[in-house]
Design a protein around this ligand. Structure first.
Ligand code: GAP
Length: 448
């Protein structure tokens, strides 16, 4: 069982490299731990995931607005938020091999000596656990001194709290309302990463939803359910998802209730996204420390109050990995096995691949014309005229392209193309002028 699980993850890693989803960062220098680069298809996949999140969380609602705050903030921010003192993992060192491991995740770690074992099981003596702060430190300005220290943000959330008044006043919002942000965060993770599941530099999609304190529980239930259904609406199999409420001992210092939306990865169940009740902890702390009262004035009661916060916080890289893993299938056909990614059409990196059946008789020219027209109409497209048509279909199946459009003799004579749908592999004759509308309609009716 364990071997099978490992090899499925290896298959995903190898497909990602071969087809240009994800590469090891600094690969030609031997790589840098827990850092990755996204290739052409990976960039498109992430862009689609971000668009789908933003559309649903911001654009399609009137009660949530967006923000793009700085990665570098005043160092006091991280003291006040509790990150300087408390954003730590317990860490142990092995006195024999000098490896450094997370004390609470020893079973996931392997010591650097061969044959590599779980730390502590190799007879190497481990030190007592010590706290290790996960924030990356840097210096701002030309002089390196204690007063020039700054941190790369470990979460995007704090930038939202700092701008609570700016956004509420400029966008004329009142609780309940949310501020959403997608952006890079940085954590000096010391556990091995399981590919892009755990990285040192990653993207987060976070939303702080400010509510009257009495409405806290209602909105917590709402966002827990809304965020879970976003995944299934975009094709994630429901049986692979679960919502796990945190035990009291697991709760972060700012939270009264938190749940994880978990996915069953090839390496086991893991957190995909968290939904947390952050109360008024952050607004209160920043108000006290800065002297600026981050409160809402309620014109009805004529009172200022600090809203409570419900925070759905997800990682774009984990979302992309989840869509990739969940979409992957090796399908046994009559004569062979086809590898197919069953991406939701709005998540798929390429929407339509256009092929001339053969490389002659004016078909390549016509196919290029159709491809350019679809690209102008807003579709992400791909053109391919190499190899037999069956091989071209398979190459697109492997990267999850939902539609392949083939130009043949009839296209030139009657202006119709053959559209082949990825999951059913069924082919349909469609007039060229209706191809775009056909695909839009198929997108809307897509079911896993
Ligand atoms: N503001 C709350 C917060 O940051 P978190 O649970 O630490 O909460 C939220 O992070 C999400 O960010 C996680 O559910 C995960 O999807 C993603 N994430 C956290 N650390 C990550 C890492 N090292 N690599 C990739 N994604 C990560």
């Amino acid at each position: 069982m364990a071997k099978q699980k490992t090899s499925f993850m290896d298959t995903i890693v190898s497909l990602s490299k071969r087809r240009g989803f994800v590469f090891q960062a600094s690969e030609i220098y031997g790589g840098l731990g827990n850092t990755y680069d996204y290739g052409p298809l990976g960039v498109e996949l992430k862009r689609r995931v971000k668009d789908a999140w933003w559309r649903r969380t911001v654009s399609q609602r009137l009660d949530v607005v967006g923000l793009d705050s700085a990665i570098l903030q005043h160092p006091r921010v991280w003291e006040v938020s509790g990150h300087v003192g408390g954003f730590t993992d317990p860490m142990v060192d092995c006195k024999t091999c000098k490896g450094r491991f997370r004390a609470d995740k020893l079973e996931d770690a392997r010591c650097p000596e061969k044959p590599s074992k779980v730390p502590g099981q190799c007879h190497g003596e481990l030190t007592e656990p010590r706290s290790f702060n996960l924030m990356f430190k840097t210096n701002v300005g030309p002089v390196e001194s204690a007063s020039s220290v700054a941190y790369l943000r470990p979460e995007t959330a704090q930038g939202i709290f700092l701008n609570f008044l700016n956004v509420m006043n400029s966008a004329r919002m009142k609780p309940p309302f949310g501020i959403a942000q997608i952006g890079k965060s940085f954590r000096n993770e010391i556990t091995p990463g399981n590919f892009v599941f755990r990285m040192r530099e990653f993207e987060q999609a976070e939303m702080e939803f400010f509510v009257p304190p009495a409405e806290n529980d209602t909105w917590y239930d709402y966002w827990r359910s809304e965020r879970s259904s976003w995944y299934t609406d975009f094709g994630i199999r429901p049986e692979k998802l679960r919502v796990r409420e945190h035990e009291g001992s697991e709760l972060a210092h700012y939270s009264t209730a938190t749940c994880d939306i978990e996915y069953e990865y090839p390496f086991g169940w893991g957190e995909l996204e968290g939904v947390a009740c952050r109360t008024d902890f952050d607004l209160k702390r920043h108000s006290e420390a800065s002297g600026t009262e981050l409160a809402y004035f309620d014109p009805q009661t004529k009172e200022h109050y600090m809203p409570y916060v419900i925070e759905p916080a997800g990682g774009i890289d984990r979302m992309a990995l989840t869509f990739l893993v969940d979409a992957y299938e090796e399908e046994e056909l009559e004569k062979d096995t086809r590898v197919v990614l069953h991406f939701h059409p709005e998540i798929a990196p390429i929407t339509a691949a256009v092929f001339p059946l053969v490389k002659k008789d004016g078909m390549p020219e016509k196919a290029r014309e159709i491809e350019a027209e679809l690209r102008r109409a807003g579709f992400t497209t791909f053109y391919d005229e190499k190899a037999a048509i069956g091989r071209r279909y398979r190459r697109q199946d492997e990267v999850g392209t939902p539609y392949c459009i083939t130009v043949d003799g009839d296209t030139l004579a009657e202006d119709v193309v053959t559209v082949r749908e990825r999951d059913s592999m069924q082919q349909e004759r469609v007039p060229v002028s209706e191809a775009a509308a056909w695909m839009r309609n198929a997108n809307e009716n897509w079911k896993r």
